[in-house]
Write a protein that binds this ligand. Structure first.
Ligand code: HEC
Ligand code: HEC
Ligand code: HEC
Ligand code: HEC
Length: 223
C-alpha cells in the first residue's frame, strides 16, 4: 500500500515538474509517507502486546510432561493467576517430624542434651543476627509448622510463603517463571522447583560465579 502511494506521488511530481511548490509538496508528502510506513512496522507498543497478539491462535500442545513427573511427589499450588506443581518437602526433611523430639519446650530439651547440640550441623547465615533467629521462622510451640512474622502457621510444603514475606520481588518472578527452574520439561503440566529446593533457608546466598574465560596471562606463564 505504501508503494502504491509513493508511485502516485511520483506521478504527481512528474506532472508538476515546473512548479517549485509542487516539488516542495512532494518532499513533504514523501516524509509523511515515510513515517507512516515506519509506524506499520511498529504496530505493537510493547513486547507483551506483541506476544499476546501473536499467541491468540496458539492451540496448546499435544505433548505432555506427565511421563517425566510421575515418579516425583508433587503438590499443586495456586498463586494469583498461576497454578502449578512444586515438589513436596516434608518427606525430604531428615528430621521431620520435629515433634517426635519437640514435645516439650526448648529450654527443657536443652537441659537434657548433656552438652551435645541436637542441630550441630546447622548454622544460621541469613539476615543480620540481631533481626533473625530460629524463632523468626520456626514455631517453638509447634515445631512441625513454620510461622509467619505475624504468627500465622505456614506448612513446610508451602515454605515459599515464608520467604515471600521478605523477598516479594523474587516471589513474583518465581510465580511467572523468571526466577527458579522448570522441572523435567517445558510441556504442560508446569512443575517448578520451590525456593528451598535451591536455597538452604539457613544459608541461602550463593557465591557469585564468573564465566570462565581464556586467561592470556596464565598461558604466558606456562610457556
Ligand atoms: C532427634 C530429636 C530432634 C528432632 C527430630 C528435631 N529436633 Fe530440634 N532440637 C532438639 C533438641 C534436643 C534441641 C535443644 C537444643 C539442643 O540440644 O541443641 C532442639 C532445638 C531446636 C531449636 C532451637 C535451637 C536454639 O538454638 O535455640 C529449633 C529452632 C529446632 N530444634 C527446630 C527443629 C525443627 C524445625 C525440627 C524438624 C524439622 C527439629 N528441630 C527436629 C532435638 C530435635
Ligand atoms: C528464614 C527462615 C528460617 C530460619 C531463620 C531458620 N529456619 Fe530452620 N528451616 C526453615 C525452613 C523453610 C525449613 C525447611 C527446609 C526444607 O524444606 O528443606 C527449615 C528446616 C529446619 C530443620 C530441618 C532440617 C533438616 O534437613 O532436617 C531444622 C532442624 C531447623 N530448620 C532448625 C533451625 C534452627 C535450629 C534455626 C536457628 C539456628 C533455624 N532453623 C532457623 C526456615 C528457617
Ligand atoms: C524475615 C525476613 C526474611 C525471611 C522470612 C527470609 N529472608 Fe532471605 N533475607 C532476608 C534479609 C534481611 C537478607 C539479607 C539482605 C539481603 O542480602 O538482601 C536475606 C538474604 C537472602 C538471600 C541472599 C541474598 C543475596 O543477595 O545473596 C537469599 C537467597 C534469601 N534471603 C532467600 C530466602 C529464602 C529462600 C527464604 C525462605 C526460606 C528467605 N530468604 C526468608 C530476609 C528474609
Ligand atoms: C532453581 C533454583 C532456584 C529457585 C527455585 C529459587 N532460586 Fe533464588 N536464586 C537462585 C540462584 C542461582 C540465585 C543467584 C543468582 C545470582 O547470583 O545472580 C538466586 C538468587 C536469589 C536471591 C538474591 C537476589 C537475586 O535476585 O540475585 C533471592 C533473595 C532469592 N534468590 C530468593 C528466592 C525465593 C524467595 C525463591 C522462591 C520463591 C527462589 N529464590 C527460588 C536459584 C533459585
Amino acid at each position: 500500500m505504501c508503494q502504491k502511494m509513493i508511485q502516485q506521488f511520483l506521478k504527481e511530481a512528474v506532472m508538476n515538474r515546473q512548479s517549485i511548490l509542487g516539488t516542495f509538496a512532494v518532499a513533504v508528502l514523501f516524509s509523511v509517507v515515510f513515517t507512516s510506513c515506519k509506524k506499520e512496522e511498529h504496530q505493537y507498543h510493547t513486547v507483551i502486546d506483541k506476544i499476546e497478539a501473536e499467541s491468540q491462535n496458539y492451540q496448546g500442545t499435544s505433548i505432555s510432561s506427565d511421563q517425566y513427573l510421575s515418579e516425583i511427589n508433587l503438590i499443586e499450588i495456586t498463586e494469583g493467576d498461576h497454578t502449578f506443581l512444586i515438589p513436596e518437602r516434608k518427606s525430604q526433611i531428615k528430621s521431620f517430624e520435629c515433634n517426635e523430639c519437640h514435645s516439650k519446650p526448648i529450654e527443657e530439651l536443652k537441659g537434657e542434651g548433656h552438652g551435645q547440640k541436637a542441630h550441630w550441623d546447622l548454622t544460621l547465615i541469613h539476615a543480620n543476627k540481631s533481626t533473625m533467629n530460629c524463632a523468626t521462622c520456626h514455631d517453638g510451640s509447634n515445631m512441625d509448622e513454620l510461622k509467619s512474622l505475624t504468627g500465622v502457621k505456614i506448612d513446610f510444603n508451602n515454605s515459599y510463603n515464608l520467604c515471600s514475606q521478605c523477598h516479594s520481588k523474587e516471589l513474583d518472578d518465581w510465580k511467572g517463571g523468571a526466577h527458579g527452574k522448570r522441572m523435567e520439561s517445558w510441556a504442560p503440566p508446569r512443575a517448578s522447583l520451590t525456593c528451598v529446593d535451591c536455597h538452604n533457608p539457613h544459608d541461602p546466598s550463593f557465591d557469585s560465579r564468573w564465566p570462565s574465560r581464556f586467561n592470556t596471562q596464565t598461558e604466558e606463564e606456562r610457556k
